[in-house]
Write a protein that binds this ligand. Sequence first.
Ligand code: CA
Length: 728
Amino acid sequence: METPKKHLKLAALAAISAIVLSACGGPQEATTTDTPEPEKFANVTDERLLNADQTPEEWLSYGGTYDEQRHSLLTSISAENVGDLGVAWTYDLATSRGVESTPIVVDGVMYVTSAWSVVYALDAKTGAEIWVHDPDVDRAVGVNACCDVVNRGVAVYEGKLFLGVIDGRVQALDAKTGEVIWSKVTVDQSRPYTITGAPRVVDGKVLIGNGGAELGVRGYVSAYDVNTGETVWRFYTVPNPNKEPDGAASDAAFEQVGNVTWGEEGEWKDAGGGGTVWDSIIYDEANDSVIFGVGNGSPWNQTFRDPSGKDNLFLSSIVAVDADTGAYKWHFQTTPGDNWDYTATQTLILANLPLGEGGADRRVVMQAPKNGYFYVIDAATGEFIKGAGYVPQNWTTGLTAEGRPIEVPEARYAEIPYLQTPGPLGGHNWHPMAFNPDVGLAYIPAQEIPQAYAEDPRFQENSTKWNTGADFAAEVPPIIPSEVFKFLRSGLKGRLIAWDPVANEARWTVEHEGPWNGGVLSTAGGVVFQGKLNGEFAAYNAATGEELWVHDVKSGAASGPGTFAIDGEQYVTITTGWGSAYLLSAGGVAAPQAVPPSVGKVVTFKLGGDQVIADIDVPLVDRTPKTEEFGNEAQLAEGLVQYARNCTVCHGPFAVGAGVLPDLRWSSYASSPEAWKGVVADGNLQSIGMVSFADVLSEDEIESIRAYVVQQAHNSEGIDAAISDETP
Ligand code: CA
């Protein structure tokens, strides 16, 4: 294993050329040590952003262009020669946590992020390090991140780089040096807000939302002045508890359409209601609109959140506002009265499709949100045009003519669990979708991960830990683990779907070994690129889905790939790494194999590339139970419930970890009640992200969890056999 990289002290470095040759990490297998010395770093203007499709040698924003089609006009790499792709260079991101970043490439420099919101500037041709910026996040905020301490990328504009930090800050950095120009706290840091999404820049404003709806926050998206960080406008997605004006851009929207969709009682008033805008924010130049996707309700269970059962705008909606003022224009709610974590934060793509009168072009927004339906919406008005299920679903019997889901009554779960698909990880999650206008296909990284939803009989509002009102213990009976494993795993599926939004149906589908496969890149060379959870990065024929090339990247390949060209040579790049929501929450139960600890990387390919992705020496974990089993039946049952409620989402169901965070079965802390309590109650490991649970767990409950974890350690032979039985 490589020694941890030391971060550069930028102030001490006078010249960029001196930095790339320093001993502090740097590239592996770079083919050259040439240094880029562009006239300006990130010299990105509005003009360049508006015409980004005409400069495909660069990748100027998260989705490539304002339309966010992730479709590049580069054609050097084509369906005919993609088989000759090989590794040009790799770069270590110095983290074993989740990596979800799409690299920005501009003026010869690549800007890429990794876990804990660390930013790297690299020579895009060689991978040589130019600078590293670590915002020094207090590791204790990690417990607020529902889905690992990930970051999906940065925005660049007029020599600056904009970064959303996991603790809720937005920072503007000097793109040349990485030095902080301004830093602004954009959230109430006493609440469990996080930022994992990539900022966008439109006309001198940097746009960012936040996350935290699993734990209890009130969502919003804001526009800040790129030069000062001053707030230009803010749009809340949920009314304030008194339904009074906030003095924000959203006030009129709540007065006109939002307030009446919320009841007068319910946990939303304390929990904040949710509706976080944690991923997709796009700019529609044709209508001068900012269009964003809104997340789930908080708590999930509407019975607790708002017993009135109303629609709860703008949860699970696509919302359009005026780009200059944030004033409301229209909304389309994909899941009225969300009850299942059915976010509409997934990739939003703008396109002109022949859906107007007489087949004329019509400007549309497309999305495949978690709820299983693919939507085509008018970009000017929000009018529903088309929609159809892109994965199997059993929560509705279809859509009305206005696009409203027709629910089955059982889906409004209560004490009786309802085994539903999609589950809370969705038919599609954050993995970026792409659209190829040449063949008229949207490429969806789709999946089937069913979940039994049941009302949590012990629900109580608390604002610091997972808090959904749905019972995670309902689906983890402590009996016959191997049968339960086989049942759970048999329902897990993943596929790449080429969706024809005009015909409203799939044109072709590639089945993968399991869910949680990567984001998609489309190119005018007729190639679709996608990484997979099994560590492969693959290329498919854009028109047929035929697999053209595959390369083992030796780690998770979930991020959105990108492409760029330097000196006339085209490159394809992807960030790799384990972690993120699926591997944490589904744990070793659903991992494609025992996930080895690995270092996240940037892996960049070119035709004829001949470099090798380094193997990692993995220290073996001592898999022996550290103590004798203890506890009576009641204590073990209590331990199961408390584990499921408080520990599952990070350490995995059945206490089977996926390898990203510690597998508690083998932890030496489990061997003594004092050591265990020291961590769980006293917060002895807070510095690495394990905060105290003393505010939600009693000492008896903490000890019951230890009894359950020790029991699972002794039970591990059967569990591991069940897992390896099913491993492809
Ligand atoms: Ca959520």
